[in-house]
Design a protein around this ligand. Structure first.
Ligand code: HEC
Ligand code: HEC
Length: 323
């Protein structure tokens, strides 16, 4: 699929066919964030193309990804700690300038999420105490503004906010989620946010987007209860998932969920969150509605997540495969 994508992108670029590129980039496959990043890994043309068709919301993420590949996630450093300019940095700066120019040209005056200007870098970041500013600068690049075009799950989802306890929010925002693109934000963990700012983000998320609603049932626990053992994950998969993801997970109407490019960039908790809460932005049902009138039991949720996680291959096997 990758080589097909590459060829098509190359062709579209060569022909200067903006519309072809635009539709490619908004295709379901590419909107599936983690897959998008994984594909970018092998297909650097995507970054250029995202810019070309004015989809700047992808860029911060792609930039993070390439930062990661070149020595770990880099939080904004104060100017005196800034690494010496290198080709890559210069390229990124040019790229960003290009995007800003492009969005101005197109009359859309959107600030690039997660990309403060040079002047803003000088402002003591620890002084920022406005939720919108904190969210836009640190989170929106991946989690989207208003739940749109985010590369990671939207956080403005009331169901998700009912599911996730404050402790878990604090943990993942402070420490990140290892093995995935979710960076650690606490200063102790090398990030750029104070504990107070992390608390402001948590209360701000809830104030802005929580909505008490009657779910008609108790929402399953955020973490696995460990009760799945007796239930077969493979058969729970057949009951609740196969109609959309195919009989072995490799894809039906909703695409593959056993692709190693995807599974190796998502944590078990990330899988669990998706199974319970769904992705309303992508038309993916939550635990109540995979099969009409037949919600998943806590045991079935545990078991299906275990089954899915067990499809993950080791990174060396993946490295072999994607060579
Ligand atoms: C570079 C991209 C990136 C940035 C920036 C980012 N996130 Fe994330 N975030 C992710 C990804 C990818 C995941 C899924 C990780 C996984 O699979 O567990 C995630 C997961 C999360 C989760 C856990 C979701 C769950 O399953 O419960 C929370 C909460 C979260 N992010 C909040 C934030 C907040 C708040 C910020 C800003 C301070 C932020 N993120 C910034 C990429 C990002
Ligand atoms: C009614 C159809 C439907 C059913 C049933 C369904 N899914 Fe999905 N699923 C989707 C759609 C649509 C997407 C989004 C595909 C895309 O990326 O555009 C999706 C995406 C996913 C993703 C990837 C989310 C991401 O972050 O990109 C996972 C993991 C997943 N499904 C797991 C499951 C599991 C496990 C089950 C069974 C418990 C299940 N799905 C049942 C439709 C379904």
């Amino acid at each position: 699929m990758l080589s097909r994508l590459k060829t098509t992108l190359g062709l579209a670029e060569a022909l200067d066919k903006k519309s072809v590129l635009a539709s490619l980039l908004s295709s379901e496959v590419l909107q599936r964030s983690t897959m998008f990043i994984a594909q970018h890994h092998k297909c650097s043309g995507l970054r250029r193309s995202a810019m070309f068709v004015d989809r700047p919301s992808y860029i911060p993420l792609l930039t993070e990804r390439s930062n990661q590949m070149h020595g770990g996630y880099k939080h904004l450093a104060p100017p005196e700690q800034e690494p010496p300019p290198q080709m890559k940095t210069i390229f990124c700066a040019r790229l960003l300038a290009g995007i800003v120019a492009l969005s101005l040209l197109m009359g859309c005056n959107v600030r690039l999420p997660g990309q403060p200007t040079e002047i803003e870098r000088w402002r003591a970041p620890a002084d920022v105490s406005d939720f919108n500013e904190l969210y836009t600068e640190n989170c929106a690049g991946c989690h989207g503004i208003g739940g749109k075009l985010g590369a990671a799950r939207p956080l403005n989802d009331p169901l998700y906010l009912s599911f996730v306890p404050d402790d878990a929010l604090r943990q993942v925002i402070s420490q990140g989620s290892s093995g995935t693109n979710m960076p650690a934000f606490s200063q102790q963990a090398g990030g750029g946010l104070t504990d107070r700012q992390i608390e402001l983000l948590i209360s701000g998320l809830r104030a802005a987007w929580s909505k008490p609603e009657d779910l008609g049932t108790q929402i399953p626990g955020y973490t696995a209860s460990g009760s799945g053992g007796a239930v077969s994950g493979a058969s729970a998969y057949q009951t609740y998932c196969a109609q959309c993801h195919g009989s072995n997970g490799a894809g039906g109407s909703a695409g593959s969920i056993v692709d190693p490019n995807f599974l190796n960039l998502v944590s078990d908790q990330g899988l669990r969150t998706t199974v319970v809460v769904g992705r309303s932005d992508l038309g993916k049902p939550d635990w109540r509605s995979n099969v009409a009138g037949h919600r998943m039991s806590p045991q079935e949720i545990d078991a299906v997540v275990d089954w899915l996680a067990s499809q993950r291959q080791t990174s060396s096997a993946v490295a072999e495969r994607i060579k």
